[in-house]
Design a protein around this ligand. Sequence first.
Ligand code: SF4
Length: 586
Amino acid sequence: MSYAGKVLRVNLTTGDNRVEKLNEKWAHDYFGGKGLGIKYLYEELAPGVDPLSPDNKMILMTGPFTGTTVPVSGKLGIITKSPATGTVLDCSIGGHFAGELKFAGYDAVILEGKATNPSYLYIEDGLVEMRSAADLWGRGAQDTEVALRAKLSPEIKVLAIGPAGENLVTMSCITSELYRQAARGGVGAVMGSKNLKAVAVRGSGSISVPDISNFVATVKEIMRTDTLTDTNLWAFTDGTPMLMDLSQNTGILPTRNFQEGTFTAFENLNSDSLKKVRAGKKGCLSCALGCGNYSKTGRAAVEGPEYETLAIGGSNCGIEDLEGIIKFNDLCDNLGIDTISAGNVTAFAMELTEKGVKDFGLRFGDTAGYLQVPELIARRAGIGADLALGVKKLAQQYGGGEFAMHVKGLEFPGYEPRGSWGMGLAYATSDRGACHLRAWPVAEEAYGERDPFTIDGKAQLVMDMQHYNAVKFSLILCDFWALSLETMAQMLSAALGRSINEEDLRQAGERVVNLARQFNVREGFGKGEDILPERIFKETLKTGATAGKLLPREEFDNMLKEYYALRGWDENGRPSAQTLSKLGIV
Ligand code: SF4
């Protein structure tokens, strides 16, 4: 089996650690990453725990493919309870940390408690130490990583937070390799609440598989026929900025805090414009797609920006200037802030200012003001003290709830649900709040062949996509590889030495979705929280392919009702005892 078979548990309060055997039954049912991490958290975390208290846990989770030659498998899962939403939270982060952790001999690290003083965790095979981070506290996430590499080894792999995480900002992220992030839900603030500035790992071991010849032959063939194909190579040639043109043409490009679905200056921010300033390429461990693109223009440079930053930090703030967005991206990365949430809260503050609800001194399209925001949020200084609250709490404080673009406290990604009705259901039912990585029906609706302005078949579509993504994120395969469940099953069978088929994986995905839901139900979530902002139901869009469109509330309610019924959940969105039993959850 390709597991290390060991879990490292670290008590940050006492500095003690111990190695435990990986729970084989749970690994059998949930594989790794998202699923296995949520299983551990569900079993170990009492309901009602304050996410920023020492009682919350943070789990660094690898998967059965981590450290092997399975393509596009280099990411790490990070699982905790979100301080932004109060829901379960799983993020994935690219780079090389996950492989290094597995080479050090661990499938997972469970972080508990709170260090007495600012610290970092050092792991080198069997050596596990809490070390002082007094000289790192207050520094940027990128600066911290550079400093640790200089001090420890250029080969060390690091997860780090910036000042935003230290200051418990609930849109703070964790950074690795300077520009890779576990971005959403305030995962950086959980690390900050534990006085944990960084985790540094070095490993010298290797991964075993039951039949190396079969494994190598299987992976090699899949790489040839299923990875390096036209379906996936967009990630290498263009990366996510190619979505700018698609979103503009289909009228789903968030603009001026989701007031419009098209942006007049979109060509400044699209893939062609990014290619003109491209300055290098980068990829994660075992990834042949290598989607990372460095961009450099004027005095700004960054790895990225990705579509989400271009859309939410660009058109959604009315910013026409690519150099400004690149600078915004780089500031957020070093300060340790999620660009999606930061872009949204900036746009929301711009609209509150525009409408005279509350003057934050921010205007749509004003790049100079916009570039002040990340530092202010990270330090909770000036208007940053308010903006650091995030869109939901800012609306609670000052008003504007009907155009506060979030679900459960997590701000919207870059796809307008009025032009892709299934996306509305996907946002509403995602386990961590508004998220495009739980289901992405926009691929078949606005970008594809299905009618985006109907609810017909959308409940089934969203449910199927959620199952697919849940198992993919449990195997920790990057979402940029469009592979089938059959291909996943072939690789997993070769890695684990037991026969696994498509139906096993589909059911595992369903199990993970229901366990995540059960976690949230236990925390008090239900139908009342599976809702979209009023703007989506009441305001029509004005331009482009979505002119005159909204998502009627009644249609949304019917879609949600159908979704609950398909899932075997009750009318309040709670999984029935029969559903949980069928999936082996209780
Ligand atoms: S496609 Fe990009 S994000 Fe995904 S694993 Fe490869 S380099 Fe990393």
